[in-house]
Design a protein around this ligand. Structure first.
Ligand code: IYR
Length: 228
């Protein structure tokens, strides 16, 4: 069951024969998921209520099924529940975000964010029962210090995070893709090795009873689809 990365070893081809799903079932599943995913919203205001930990672990396992460059799975998910560590992360994130919102982002960026109403106060970092801190493994680091290149790291981790957000939502949990910037403090607070770079912080939980979200609309399929 457990597999560790090896380098240059051949994977033996094995048959892949998933049962062909009847077309009506395919259509029903696709339409149901489309409706379900259109209900997903980024949540910034969380209830402190606990969530079933196994559901979060399952979602992380789903994320780790993502395709990755050379199947190197260049990701680490740090699951933070310790309130003291969440507080430490919030304090550090708010210090950086205050500088950002006070001008570091620049006028164009601040104008783009204004409709969303975000600010430097990050209550989600201490209110949500879990934070999933996602790290990219920029390269592979052996215990003896040997390094090997990883490929398509941004793409691979981005896909994995998309699958994580989907899995959490389908499980009935809410999340936020939070990117405090710069994120270097996350590796320091969490004691991550030098090959890892923080990619996003994902608070997970239930929305607060008084949670509000911006009344945003999504592009229609026509607006995002080009058929050739
Ligand atoms: N990282 C900041 C700012 C921010 C940037 C974008 I682009 C957003 O879509 C939302 C926020 C923050 O987390 O507030």
């Amino acid at each position: 069951m457990t597999w560790s990365p090896t380098h240059g070893d051949q994977f033996e081809p094995v048959p892949y024969r998933p049962a062909r799903m009847p077309a009506d079932e395919t259509l029903a599943n696709a339409a149901a998921l489309r409706r379900r995913m259109d209900e997903r919203r980024s949540v910034r205001s969380f209830s402190p209520d606990p969530v079933p930990e196994q559901a979060v672990l399952d979602a992380i396992a789903v994320a780790s099924t993502a395709p990755s460059g050379a199947h190197q799975q260049p990701w680490t998910f740090v699951l933070v529940s310790d309130p003291a560590v969440r507080k430490q992360i919030r304090t550090a994130a708010e210090a950086e975000e205050t500088v950002s919102y006070d001008g570091r982002l620049g006028e164009e960026w601040l104008t783009a964010l204004r409709p969303l109403g975000t600010d430097a106060i990050k209550t989600h970092l201490t209110d949500a029962p879990f934070l999933i801190v996602v790290f990219q493994q920029r390269f592979y680091l052996e215990e003896d210090g040997t390094t090997r290149k990883h490929y398509y790291v941004d793409e691979s981790v981005g896909i994995a995070v998309g699958m994580l957000l989907t899995a959490l939502h389908v499980a009935g949990l809410s999340a936020l893709t939070h990117t405090p910037s710069p994120m270097r403090f996350l590796g320091e607070v969490l004691g991550r090795p030098r090959n890892e770079k923080a990619f996003a912080v994902i608070p997970v939980g239930y929305p607060a009873d008084d949670c509000m979200v911006p009344n945003l609309r999504r592009k229609s399929l026509d607006q995002v689809l080009v058929r050739v």
